[in-house]
Ligand binder design. Structure first.
Ligand SMILES: Cc1cc2nc3c(=O)[nH]c(=O)nc-3n(C[C@H](O)[C@H](O)[C@H](O)COP(=O)(O)OP(=O)(O)OC[C@H]3O[C@@H](n4cnc5c(N)ncnc54)[C@H](O)[C@@H]3O)c2cc1C
Length: 462
């Protein structure tokens, strides 16, 4: 069979893959996208960011309504209406997905609905035997749920985030395995719509990618809302009989057993590389299973790049997009910068949320940077007090010249608030310049001016 040749071929039409295809198409005519999904759109739109944030926002509105009395309101029967909640999510996601599908199906690209597999370093083969070659390839196949070796886990009908996002009823009681971002966001969602939630996490703190200080605030909020949270545990086994799951684990030296009609495996995801024929293409992977890339996202095969969840090191959408753009510009010989992970922005959509940008305290210490930090709590801030949003704090890290290197925010809408410091970190702003900003009163954002002032004071004393 004759090969079809393209300038650029992208495997996987999700956030990273589409960004790469769109960027390559700016300077190349023959761009193909291959995607094997029955529904196009990618994880973020179909089963990730957008459906989860739609549901989480509804749960937040419900939570506020249930606290009506605190605000001097009489809201008698605030409770979830799961079929309507589910339908609203479907409508919203359908619109996002249709928009992405239109882009993928446009005549700017040649779209193949198939799995793709490398058969040699220059050629891929589709399910129907079609062979395609290209000047450059992009692998953007994303990630799949992983199943760690916990006795019995592989044999039981657990749910993943996919099933939680499709719920049209309120599960009475669930066991959530895991304490990562997805696990925490969905545990609080379920609790707020009315489920009894038991959450089991291996590490001493949930959200181990965030600082222990930030994680402790979320742990407190979860406990206050009635989530039964166990940290620092060792999972022993999982079993299922008569519609009940039983989980056995060790906690503080004791063997405990919990049971519930539903079990959610949110123990993590792994790069989707199965069946891609990486070996045939001479593409190496790291210990984590991610495709090994240089800073321009090029793999060990110089014709092939990778981006997004399959490449890591941070499985978040804007990183997938930035990597895709960097890689496609590099492949098409245009100026491009590597993704700057020193100004990485991360958000956790629990309530309170966490926003973290730039270098954290561990990284600052590990790099031997002489830094100053200052923080301020939300329970002593005008706007958060009147909003009854008193959990959390803001914290800023700067070097001895006053350049902001990192910041952390745990609060209501921390994801929004942290963008002010994302601009500061990315543009290497100085605390003294940031104090010239018109910090509007009363806003949650003006709280940043307090640690900035403290750092400026400390700098002027030295
Ligand atoms: C519940 C949940 C909530 C999340 N919330 C957030 C959030 O709030 N913010 C955030 O930044 N991130 C969030 N994420 C992570 C985010 O969704 C991912 O990082 C991002 O979508 C990954 O994009 P991608 O392009 O790498 O992969 P994907 O979007 O998964 O795209 C991969 C595509 O490749 C296709 N494919 C796979 N293998 C093959 C093959 N062999 N041949 C052809 N096609 C193939 C698939 O069909 C798919 O369309 C969340 C994830 C989950 C699970």
């Amino acid at each position: 069979m004759e090969n079809q040749h393209f300038d650029y071929i992208v495997i996987g039409g999700g956030s990273g893959g589409y960004a790469a295809a769109r960027t390559a198409r700016e300077s190349k005519k023959q761009v193909a996208i291959i995607d094997s999904a029955s529904e196009l759109g990618g994880l973020c739109i179909l089963r990730g960011c957008m459906p989860s944030k739609t549901l989480i926002y509804s749960a937040e509105v419900l939570h506020l309504a249930q606290k009506g009395k605190t605000f001097g309101l009489d809201i008698p029967h605030a409770k979830s209406d799961m079929p309507t909640l589910h339908q609203r999510k479907l409508n919203i996601i359908q619109e996002f997905a249709e928009y992405r599908q239109e882009q993928l199906l446009s005549d700017r690209f040649t779209l193949f609905r198939s799995r793709a597999r490398f058969i040699d370093p220059n050629t891929i083969q589709l399910d129907d035997g079609t062979r395609l070659s290209a000047d450059h390839f992009m692998i953007a196949t994303g990630s799949v749920v992983s199943v760690p070796p916990v006795q019995g886990l592989n044999e039981v009908p657990y749910w993943t985030s996919d099933e939680v996002l499709e719920l049209d009823f309120m599960p009475e009681k669930v066991i959530m395995l895991g304490g990562g971002i997805v696990a925490c966001e969905l545990a609080q969602f379920l609790r707020r719509i009315g489920s009894e939630v038991i959450q089991i996490q291996r590490s001493p703190h949930i959200l181990k990618e965030m600082s222990p200080q930030a994680a402790s605030v979320i742990e407190q909020a979860f406990t206050d809302e009635g989530i039964q949270l166990y940290t620092d545990t060792q999972l022993q086994s999982v079993s299922h009989s008569e519609n009940r799951f039983t989980v056995t684990f060790i906690h503080q030296g004791e063997t405990l057993e919990v049971a519930a009609p539903h079990l959610i495996n949110a123990l993590g995801r792994q790069p989707a590389t199965d069946g891609l024929g990486l070996e045939a293409a001479g593409i190496q992977t790291r210990m984590s299973g991610h495709i090994d890339c240089d800073e321009m996202q090029r793999t060990s095969n110089p014709k092939v790049y990778a981006c997004g969840d399959v490449a890591g090191p941070h499985e978040i959408v804007h990183v997938a997009i930035m990597q895709g753009e960097t890689a496609a510009k590099h492949a098409t010989l245009r100026p491009s910068d590597p993704v700057d992970y020193d100004s990485l922005l991360g958000v956790v959509f629990t309530d309170p949320q966490i926003g973290a940008v730039g270098l954290n305290e561990l990284q600052l210490k590990a790099r031997g940077i002489d830094y100053i930090s200052a923080e301020y709590p939300f329970d002593d801030h005008g706007k958060s007090i009147l909003m009854e949003a008193k959990y959390g704090y803001v914290k800023v890290f700067a070097d001895r010249q006053g350049t902001v290197l990192g910041a952390e925010c745990v609060s209501k809408d921390a994801g929004e608030l942290t963008h002010a410091m994302a601009v500061a970190v990315t543009l290497k702003a100085n605390v003294r310049d940031l104090l010239k900003v018109h910090w509007y009163h009363p806003t949650l954002s003006e709280i940043w001016s307090y640690p900035l002032e403290d750092i400026a004071d400390e700098l002027s004393e030295t």
